[in-house]
Design a protein around this ligand. Structure first.
Ligand code: GLN
Length: 189
């Protein structure tokens, strides 16, 4: 199993470590040939508007959209969730998304006072608690039928799945809890 981490900006190393801990071989993806070589891909947290610009500068945007459309399992965390959304609230001027999950995501949705927080939420795939770290996180504002909510905070979805596409508003790569990465790898095998 070769799992990629989009390595243009953001917390690449932590995702690579989590995927390795799940037994995957990790490829840092910065070019088309690396994208073509992976069986699953993580879009890490960072700054979504910067990653959006870099995707275009590195000529990766269109190939990435094509591979996701062809069924590549993907996990987007935080900025990665924003990138996967079809529609975006509070984006910067000209900010684009990949349109991979039919949902509207609001950037920096939790507001200033609680812009970073540790929350214990219920991971609905197994019904047990998950410790989640939020850093200037988005939330899902609306979503189409077929988008499955995997976890919520105060009524707002913060983890969703649409087919082989997973998005979390929190950072599963820094909690030591491997369930989210394992789900991605399960979808790829
Ligand atoms: N607020 C950031 C953005 O808009 C996301 C923060 C994160 O990825 N930790 O992209």
């Amino acid at each position: 199993m070769r799992a990629g981490v989009l390595a243009l900006q953001g917390d690449v190393r932590e995702h690579a470590a989590a995927l390795e801990a799940c037994g995957a071989e990790v490829v840092r993806v910065r070019r088309r040939s690396e994208l073509d070589a992976v069986d699953a891909l993580v879009l890490p947290g960072g700054e979504s508007s910067t990653i959006d610009k870099l995707l275009r500068a590195f000529d990766l945007r269109e190939p990435l959209i094509a591979r996701i459309e062809a069924g590549l399992p993907v996990l987007g965390s935080c900025a990665g969730m924003i990138l996967l959304a079809r529609d975006l609230g509070d984006g910067i001027d000209g900010q684009q998304t990949l349109g991979a999950i039919p949902m509207t995501v609001r950037r920096n949705a939790f507001g200033r006072q609680v812009d970073s927080a540790e929350v214990s939420l219920t991971w609905t795939p197994d019904g047990s608690p998950m410790h989640a770290t939020f850093i200037r996180a988005p939330w899902v504002e609306s979503w189409d039928d077929g988008v499955q909510v995997l976890a919520s905070v105060e009524g707002h979805p913060v983890a969703v799945r649409h087919g082989a596409r997973i998005a979390t508003a929190f950072h599963p790569e820094i909690s030591g809890d491997l369930r989210v990465h394992q789900l991605l790898l399960d979808l790829a095998s």
